[in-house]
Design a binder for this molecule. Structure first.
Ligand code: PLP
Length: 411
């Protein structure tokens, strides 16, 4: 008879100790519990266009349907030739230098490639400069790979551009790379050429790799142009990320890519590591890859949303004007993507804990936002709103928020 001993239990890896992903964290769990109890929750927390009535362009659906039976097998690990050819042309249009077809990798969303490229690079203790606020997957993947995400501040007073002095002050002899998210999630900032040039200058001076997350590069408003930082840094090694989740409303198809550019000779060994990890995952979702060529060619239907009269543009106008008029809230107008990152007057409401603020708003008004801390913002004074819902819904949400803040006081 086997001896009865105490039951063995299993804990998560300590590698996860410094990993945080609040976009789907504890406040979201509470919202799900409320929904299970039959309570309707207004979700302003996830940047997923499809549930808000943004449809995938017809030609993409048609293309996927036509190709489905041809996509039964694995593709080459970096991706189908047709997809990579289209991405290469896209990179050329954006003046990204020294890119050939072998420098392009498709992934199950940009997410997989962020994880893969951090894992292939970092040794324990290596430092990567990551913006605060950031899209938190960057911090999570740097830390999961054994590195240390060192946060540099973006400055709300300067349209949320990176603070160059803060970047400089955080560079050490362990710093290997700098991450930028442009256009930015959660702030909606779009970086002009002068800002990008200053970042390139710092990277050049300290021999850093530049990782640029540009998944919102086709969601830019007010007639502004998106500039890929890699186009300004032919002498540095750069990795640029983009994909179809946001511009083509197909986050569920899981299709993203990364492009290696510039001075690849200094990263030969790192690229070998990337290739190994890319081979190990076999390939990314092939039906997803099969629509890239069609999606990137010709008319971009997202363009209709981001001009006056278009849904994303008009919803931005609405949310910006509504938020800035709420007593105790101030906000910078976003230029791109579909997020806004307002500031709350913490003194007025006595806010010390932004998770509690998010939970209190959820319980009282059934509105789900993400606290600033979820984006590695070091103060409890911000939250992110996704303005994908229609104006009627946003109107309801901002009216409820106004009412909530008329009595809220954190104890
Ligand atoms: N990068 C940023 C800045 C994002 O906001 C997101 C999704 O919200 C991603 C990457 C992940 O996108 P994907 O669907 O391609 O994995």
């Amino acid at each position: 008879k086997p001896k009865v001993t105490t039951m063995r239990t299993f804990a998560k890896s300590t590698k996860l100790d410094n990993v945080l992903y609040d976009v789907r964290g504890p406040v979201v769990d509470e919202a799900l519990r409320m929904e299970d109890a039959g309570i309707h929750v207004l979700k302003l927390n996830i940047g997923n266009p499809a549930p808000f009535g943004f449809r995938t362009p017809d030609e993409v659906i048609y293309d996927m349907r036509q190709q489905l039976t041809d996509c039964e097998g694995y593709s080459p690990s970096k991706g189908l030739f047709s997809a990579r050819k289209a991405i290469m042309q896209y990179a050329q249009l954006k003046n990204i230098p020294n890119v050939s077809i072998g420098d392009i990798y498709t992934g199950n969303g940009v997410s997989e490639l962020i994880n893969l490229s951090m894992s292939a690079l970092l040794d324990n203790g290596d430092e990567v400069l990551v913006p605060a606020p950031d899209y938190p997957l960057w911090t999570a993947c740097v830390n999961l790979a054994g590195g240390t995400a060192v946060h540099y501040l973006c400055d709300e007073q300067s349209d949320w551009y990176p603070d160059m002095d803060d970047i400089r002050s955080k560079i050490t002899d362990r710093t290997k790379a700098i991450v930028i998210i442009n256009p930015n999630n959660p702030t909606g900032a779009l970086y002009p050429r002068e800002v990008l040039e200053q970042i390139v200058e710092i990277a050049r001076e300290h021999q850093l790799i530049i990782f640029s997350d540009e998944i919102y590069d086709r969601l830019v408003m007010d007639g502004e142009q998106h500039i890929s930082i890699a186009s300004l840094a032919p002498d540095l090694f750069c990795v640029t990320y983009s994909g179809l989740s946001k511009s083509h409303m197909i986050a569920g198809y899981r299709i993203g890519w990364m492009v290696l550019s510039g001075n690849k000779s200094i990263a030969k060994d790192y690229i070998e590591g990337i290739n190994m990890l890319s081979n190990m995952r076999m390939c990314s979702n092939v039906p997803g890859q099969s629509v890239v060529q069609t999606a990137l060619g010709g008319h971009q239907s997202v363009n209709d949303y981001i001009v006056p009269g278009g849904r994303i543009y008009e919803q931005r106008e609405f949310i910006y004007n509504a938020l800035k008029d709420i007593p105790g809230i101030s906000v910078v107008k976003p230029k791109a993507a579909f997020y806004i990152f307002p500031k709350i007057d913490v003194k007025k409401f006595n806010i010390e804990d932004d998770e509690k603020f998010a939970l209190d708003l959820l319980h009282d008004k059934k509105i789900l936002i993400v606290r600033g801390g979820g984006f590695n913002w070091p103060f409890p004074d911000h939250f992110r709103v996704v303005y994908l819902p229609r104006i009627e819904v946003l109107k309801d949400a901002t009216a409820k928020l106004t009412d909530f803040l008329s009595y809220y006081h954190q104890n």
